[in-house]
Design a protein around this ligand. Structure first.
Ligand code: G1P
Length: 291
């Protein structure tokens, strides 16, 4: 069965980016001029997904506005001769793509947020994208969808992390033949079953809803998606695809800054002047800067 739907859990409070996120959703923080949620949406669309399901919460209405049409803005831009900008705004949600917005009434965890999408997803496989994880280069959602097309199952995007960082992730417990035998959410330091971290891209099957509905709170008192995937893994057929592109943890300030710097360095228009600017600001970091 084809993956047609993607769920974007976007109800998180974004406390790490206060005061910026007091009134603005953290998912609308920009990397240069594009909000981080739009990168995830573009990744889903590039993977052939046509229904975008946003699980939002209070103070998140601006996300809805961002993905809604804005004919007044488009008209104003066209009146000023800025047709290309008007077209760019119009295509934020391309033709044939549907957006659906649901509310997660209480922040009870990632697993709970995914469960909130059940009525819209129905009994079909679907993708989940966490907007905090911004990707560049090879995009993982397309790779997960391709892996699912080979054989159904639960498919995780994974990457190797340093042992001391394992406590920040869902960590894969590998089986004897390298399969995913389990997933441990945020293991205590030194207790990680491997250094293979699950990152914020998943293809899930509707049975995950049945597990989540009955699941008690886990790490941090929250209903964890990783625990539900762990239950699926004990029944078999959870597979992992290793990330080949670049991931930026935009849930942390340093990861967010790294994303901004990298995207700016690659920017068509001002990549070169930005590189020069950076070199000037860090005069001791390279031969060029010392000149
Ligand atoms: C979530 C998941 C975790 C996963 C991580 C990837 O954690 O619960 O399993 O490894 O995303 O970014 P969070 O970063 O939201 O705490």
């Amino acid at each position: 069965m084809k993956i047609r739907k993607a769920v974007f859990p976007v109800a998180g409070l974004g406390t790490r980016f206060l005061p910026a996120t007091k009134a603005m959703p953290k998912e609308l923080l920009p990397i240069i001029d594009k909000p981080i949620i739009q990168y995830a949406v573009e990744e889903a669309i590039a993977a052939g997904i046509t229904e975008l399901v946003f699980v939002t919460g209070r103070t998140k209405r601006a996300i809805e506005d961002h993905f809604d049409a804005n004919p007044e803005l488009e008209r104003a831009l066209r009146d000023k001769g800025k047709n290309d900008v008007a077209e760019m705004v119009r295509k934020i949600v391309p033709e044939g793509i549907t957006c659906i917005f649901l509310r997660q009434p209480e922040a009870l965890g990632l697993g709970h947020a995914v469960l909130c999408a059940e009525s819209v997803v129905g009994r079909e496989p679907f993708a989940v994208l966490l907007a905090d994880d911004v990707m560049r280069g090879d995009l993982p959602t397309a790779a997960l969808v391709a892996e699912y097309a080979k054989a159904p199952g639960t498919i995780l995007s994974v990457m190797e992390v340093a042992p001391q960082d394992a406590q920040n992730y869902g960590i894969v417990r590998p089986g004897p033949n390298g399969e995913v035998a389990g997933l441990v959410e945020k293991p205590k330091p030194g207790r990680e079953p491997s250094c293979l971290a699950s990152i914020g891209r998943y293809v899930l099957e509707p049975e995950i809803f049945d597990i989540l509905r009955a699941q008690p709170p886990g790490h941090g008192g929250e209903i964890q998606l990783a625990d539900a995937i762990n239950s699926r893994a004990t029944a078999g057929n959870v597979r992992a695809v290793t990330l080949t592109g670049q991931r930026y943890d935009c849930g942390s300030k340093l990861g967010y800054l790294e994303a901004i710097v990298d995207f700016a360095l690659q920017h068509d228009e001002f990549g070169d002047p930005f590189a020069k600017l950076i070199a000037r600001k860090a005069p001791c970091s390279g031969a060029e800067g010392k000149a």
